[in-house]
Design a protein around this ligand. Structure first.
Ligand code: CDP
Length: 213
């Protein structure tokens, strides 16, 4: 069973993905962390994220043992990740890892921008998670402040708006709802309500209901 979750920045895909995976006993991959890790390594090598060759070298030499690194959530890495993610060669270098992850038994939940469109076009269920930019900025702001990041809510809003625009308009694997994805707008839902709504949508899509607990 493969569940694909896509959506714009800070829409709650990662948190939802983790909860959904635990609910169904599946593995979970937050694919944004792959791009963030490659961005971190590109910067650590002294290269600019716009340098496709350097970003590809970082993607090829990747060490995904560090995907739990809390430093990956840094706002600057989000921006750098969005830039390196626009290089088609970087996306290609990360494709096999994601497909292999999705193929494990009994299944997996992957979240990102192109899971339902490119990585797992045959996923059993596809969700597209959104919320207004203001609500997403409010959530990310709270998260970053809790992690000790001194940033204003206006800066967070500007960052995610810019990133979404780049992600939506890139030529390769842009952020877009797959035609067969179900839309989940979490603007007025807290995480518990969003989780319940997601489970109801997934169960309905899988043709069986009543597992929301
Ligand atoms: O957590 P947040 O929503 O802020 O972002 P993320 O999921 O960690 O992704 C960081 C960046 O990686 C995004 O802005 C995208 O440019 C890129 N990304 C992508 O291109 N494709 C994916 N499947 C996942 C992330």
């Amino acid at each position: 069973m493969i569940i694909a979750i896509d959506g714009p920045a800070a829409s709650g895909k990662g948190t939802l993905g983790k909860l959904i995976a635990a609910h169904y006993g599946l593995a979970h991959l937050d694919s944004g962390k792959l791009y963030r890790a490659v961005a971190r390594d590109t910067l650590a090598a002294g290269a600019d994220p716009t340098d496709a060759k350097a970003a590809l070298a970082a993607a090829q030499a990747r060490d995904f043992a560090t995907l739990g690194d809390p430093g990956l959530m840094d706002g600057k890495l989000g921006e750098a990740a969005s830039i390196i993610a626009s290089h088609p060669e970087v996306r290609r270098a990360l494709l096999a890892y994601q497909r292999a992850f999705a193929a494990q038994k009994p299944g997996a939940v992957l979240d990102g921008r192109d899971i339902g469109t490119v990585i797992c076009p045959d996923a059993d269920v596809k969700l597209f998670v959104t919320a207004t930019p203001e609500e997403r900025a409010r959530r990310r702001y709270r998260e970053l402040r809790e992690a000790g990041n001194m940033i204003s809510q206006e800066e967070v809003l500007a960052d995610i708006t810019k990133r979404d625009e780049r992600d939506r308009n890139r030529a390769t694997a842009p952020l877009i709802k797959a035609e067969d994805a179900v839309l989940l707008d979490t603007t007025n839902l807290d995480i518990d309500a969003a989780f319940k709504a997601a489970i109801a949508l997934i169960d309905a899509a899988m043709g069986h209901a009543g597992q929301a607990g």
